[in-house]
Structure formats: structure tokens, C-alpha cells
Design a protein around this ligand. Structure first.
Ligand code: 48H
Length: 262
């Protein structure tokens, strides 16, 4: 009974997804987590002609963007990151009594970041969790992935792998990938202790600046952006202000482009 519409739909989805997935099993850059810093990094990498994919645990990418501040779905971005908002066509309004700061709709921001990354050529694989890294001959070579429902249900199902020249940890507060690298591959990362320093309490301006400073290559081929970078290097948190996340994503892409072009 092939050729009936029910079969045509199913077959088209299976074929189309299989092609997309197999075309992205070997990458220039693999990004873990689909938060705001990762979406910006993905777009800049794709625009530079790099083959890049994002693996996001949840059904909806966007990370902590959607909820704004305490579920009031607005966030704040400062002047220095407006050029990134403008690139993604995200509208913003100046805050009357805080020179240089702007509010914006967090749902518009999340959806525009995702759309911008995908339209630039990055592929997003949602509902996929990165459960391990590929670590060969002293180098991070890629990711070990599985379906999130498999992870959540604790099903005993072996994973698949994605090979990548560069890996970006965009997993937010827990720095999951760098933690795997330090715990399981027992590598020393580029921090004072050689380990994850741990996030510090709220200090908005310090946290915003250090998020960008701490966006770097922590081990050859292994980078961190956004809150993951802050956690690795012991930066302060900053609450619902997102300029640092956007600038961190851009910086991560620039570092990875340089690394790949060497
Ligand atoms: C697949 C994974 C895995 C995994 C996690 O936290 P995020 O929004 O990322 P950032 O760093 O770009 O943005 C941080 C910002 O949202 C924030 O929390 C701020 C500004 N906080 C300040 C404060 O003071 O609290 O997103 C990370 C994403 C999430 O969508 C996770 O589901 C995903 O990564 N993720 N995906 N495999 N192992 N771990």
C-alpha cells in the first residue's frame, strides 16, 4: 500500500530526517545546548561557511530566554549588544531611567535567535541530549548523543556519536560538557585550578563583563560560551540581562572560526 498519503507523509519525514542527520554526523563545530549564546554562535559559524549543528536536550531550543525575569517575559540588553539584536531583527525599547539599557520581549528574542541560526544554515537537533564526549588520543573529537526521552526514562539504549573538529559547551549554568571532560577524560582545563571554578553570586556588571572574558578555548578544541563559560571560570551571575550572552556567542564563533582556519 505504498503511495497512499499516510505512507507518503511518513516516508518523506523518515527520508528527510535521515538525510539531514547523516549529513551532520561529521561537523566543523558541534554546539551543545540551544540557549541564546549558542544560537548566536551557530549563526556566525554558519555564516562563515562552517558546518555547524546544535544539540538541544529540550523540545524547544532557546534555553533560559523564554521565561524572561521570573516569568515576566521581558529581558534587558545593554547598548554594546544592540548590534546583535539588530542583526536578528529583534526589537528593543530604551529604559527611560537607565541610560544604555533596553527591554525586549523574551519570546520575540528566543524565536528570532532560533530562526536566525537555522536560516543562516545551522542545523538544530532538538530533544537530543549529549550524554558523553568522544575523547581519543588526548583530544575531544565529538559528542555522544541520545534521545532525551531515552535519557529521561532511563532506558538502556546505547547512544550514537557525532564527530566534530570543535565542540562548544553552551549548556548554561552546569557546564555539562566541560564537567564530563574534567571528570571522565580527567583533563585539566584552562582555569586556575584546572577544574570548573563554579559560578559566584549575583553582581550584574561584573558577570556581564566576565561572561565575555571567560568565553574561550578551555582545552584544545573545547570551548565554552554563555553561563557555561562563567561557571567554568568562576564568574558572577547577572540575572535577566542578556547582552553578555549574545556577545559571548559571537566571541565563541570568532574563536572557533580562527581555530578551524588554522
Ligand atoms: C543537550 C543540553 C545539555 C546536554 C544542557 O542556559 P541556557 O539558556 O544557555 P546560555 O548560557 O546561552 O544562556 C544563559 C541564560 O539563559 C541564563 O540562564 C542567564 C542569563 N542566567 C543568569 C542568572 O543569573 O541566572 O541554555 C542552555 C541549554 C538549555 O536549553 C539546556 O536544555 C541545554 O542547554 N542543555 N542540551 N545536551 N547535555 N545540557
Amino acid at each position: 500500500m505504498s503511495g497512499v498519503i499516510e505512507n507518503v507523509i511518513s516516508n518523506a519525514i523518515v527520508q528527510s530526517f535521515s538525510k539531514k542527520f547523516s549529513d551532520h554526523l561529521v561537523l566543523d563545530a558541534a554546539i551543545v545546548g540551544g540557549g541564546p549564546s549558542a544560537m548566536v554562535a551557530a549563526r556566525y559559524l554558519a555564516e562563515a561557511g562552517k558546518k555547524v549543528a546544535v544539540f538541544e536536550r529540550k523540545l524547544a531550543p532557546g534555553g533560559g530566554t523564554w521565561g524572561g525575569g521570573m516569568l515576566f517575559n521581558e529581558v534587558v540588553v545593554q547598548d554594546s549588544a544592540l548590534h546583535i539584536l539588530d542583526k536578528f531583527n529583534i526589537r528593543h525599547t530604551p529604559i527611560a531611567d537607565a541610560d544604555g539599557y533596553h527591554t525586549l520581549d523574551s519570546v520575540e528574542m528566543a524565536s528570532a535567535l532560533i530562526y536566525g541560526a537555522v536560516h543562516a544554515g545551522a542545523k538544530i537537533f532538538n530533544s537530543m541530549s549529549v550524554e558523553d564526549i568522544v575523547f581519543k588520543a588526548g583530544k575531544v573529537n565529538g559528542l555522544v548523543i541520545n534521545w532525551t526521552p531515552v535519557e529521561r526514562l532511563g532506558m538502556h539504549v546505547d547512544p550514537l556519536t557525532v564527530i566534530a573538529d570543535a565542540v562548544i559547551d553552551g549548556t548554561g549554568h552546569p557546564s555539562e560538557i566541560i564537567k564530563m571532560a574534567t571528570d571522565k577524560a580527567m583533563i585539566a582545563i584552562d582555569t586556575p585550578s584546572g577544574k570548573i571554578e563554579g559560578e559566584r553570586p549575583m553582581w550584574v556588571d561584573s558577570g556581564e563583563a566576565s561572561t565575555v572574558e571567560n568565553t574561550k578555548e578551555y582545552f584544545p578544541g573545547l570551548f565554552a560560551c554563555g553561563m557555561s563559560a562563567n561557571n567554568c571560570s568562576g564568574g558572577y551571575r547577572m540575572g535577566p540581562i542578556f547582552g553578555g550572552m549574545l556577545l559571548s556567542g559571537k566571541k565563541a564563533a570568532e574563536l572557533v572560526i580562527d581555530f578551524l582556519n588554522k
